[in-house]
Design a protein around this ligand. Structure first.
Ligand code: TMP
Length: 206
């Protein structure tokens, strides 16, 4: 099997951090070569752009924000993702382009066709082999965000924003069920862990 490009995505408060640990342990147990990375970020340029993008003091228009996300992604793909996959190392990215469709498209209102143009330009044919989409009702995600320490620029958005973000994620997953594994992360941590482990078992068994 070729090295796999796996992404983990979902609205803020969907439980990404906890479940990244589940994925990490799954790879460790299997002793498979894997690289964990994140977006925006993953390279020095990307991490600098991340600081700008998440800083509540940043005033960026919706197109600027979209371009900065793709600028970070472009460097990430060239310096990290493609070289790892070429070496036969699986890549797990904490967020990828689905987040741009959901947040900048759904949340901010950037036309999804414009994001698709940038996706094609920056990524060429690169698309995730598998996207694990964590989904929770807004009430739960908003409660989890409320408990978190300082809120970043996106976490400060209101419920209506996250409803639009979530809708785009769910629409994308419904439109391409072969690529997305939708995980209901409102269930107990044990159930979510089991769901993620079995979907990885299934993906890597093919
Ligand atoms: P996180 O690392 O806690 O998920 O924070 C990243 C934030 O950036 C999160 O609120 C989602 C947002 N984001 C976008 O708006 N567009 C994107 O393309 C990506 C990768 C993240």
């Amino acid at each position: 099997m070729q090295a796999q490009f796996i992404t983990l995505d979902g609205i803020d408060g969907a439980g990404k951090s906890t479940n990244l640990a589940v994925i990490r342990q799954w790879f460790e147990r299997r002793n498979l070569p894997v690289l964990f990375t994140r977006e925006p970020g993953g390279t020095p340029v990307g991490e600098t752009l991340r600081d700008i993008l998440l800083n509540p003091a940043t005033k960026a228009g919706l197109r600027t924000e979209t371009l900065l996300m793709f600028a970070a992604r472009c460097q990430h793909i060239e310096d990290v993702i493609l070289p790892a996959l070429a070496r036969g190392v699986h890549v797990v990215s904490d967020r990828f382009t689905d987040a741009t469709f959901a947040y900048q498209g759904g949340g901010r209102g950037v036309p999804l066709e414009d994001i698709a143009v940038l996706e094609n330009w920056v990524q060429g044919s690169l698309r995730p082999d598998l996207t694990v989409l964590l989904d929770v009702p807004l009430e739960i995600s908003m409660q989890r965000i409320a408990k978190s320490r300082e809120k970043d620029r996106f976490e400060q958005e209101e419920a209506a924003f996250f409803t639009r973000v979530r809708d785009v994620y769910l629409n994308r997953a419904a439109a391409a069920p072969e690529r997305y594994a939708l995980v209901d992360s409102s269930k107990s941590p044990e159930e979510v862990k089991n769901a993620i482990e079995s979907l990885l078992d299934k993906h890597f068994a093919v």
